[in-house]
Design a binder for this molecule. Sequence first.
Ligand code: PEP
Length: 254
Amino acid sequence: MNANRKPLVAANWKMNNSVAEALALVEEIKRQAAEIKGIEIVLCPPFTALPAVSNAISGTNLDLGAQNMHWEKAGAFTGEISAAMLRELYCHYVILGHSERRTLFGETDASVNGKVKTALASSLRPIVCVGETHAQRQAGKTESVVSVQVREGLNDIGADQLAAVVIAYEPVWAIGTGKTATPRQAQEVQAFIRKLLEEMAGARLAQSVRIIYGGSVTPDNARELFREPDIDGALVGGASLNAESFLAIVKSTG
Ligand code: PEP
């Protein structure tokens, strides 16, 4: 953590929770989060639960994010959701380029870049996910893989706009596996990402961008991760489906 950057912890519920389940979970999170200050807490439910969750967190210290969106503004894109539709529900964040979307749904750095541009043009803050597979790490390619994802995913975006971007370093081998990166492994890559941002847009901008870690974060490992200077929070999958464990992670930022 670095005192100059506000910590951000986001819950990625993925394809889990009916509307009723989402509301029950939000009530619990709301209750436990009421006293927390100085941390951005972002809930990213599935699309179907966005309206209900949006309503439920109105006026609280919780913010809303979506898990994906399309790069076009509107049109014949069956099954897709636009940035304006998310804004209409008071979403302020959107997760883009999650490894599950890249692996299972063919997302590329070019499509991520299109989505990032549209999100920013619509006043949505993108949480851009990058990270290497186990095989890529074993082959010593972590930095080259992450470098391409960051440079291409954020291609042609001005420094003023980059300030609104959050980058989530999520090693693919750590997502949903229970194998968390060590604080040192995560710090190494996140410092590297900050260096890339500096090359792309200058030191000032690089120092202001939040870079969060994702991949099997739990209440047991969060505090150690957050001690690292370039880890500004977390993107939490599995552990965010339980209010107690999610809030324990949020509180570990302090
Ligand atoms: C994620 O899906 O973004 C994630 C980090 O999942 P988990 O915490 O379950 O590894």
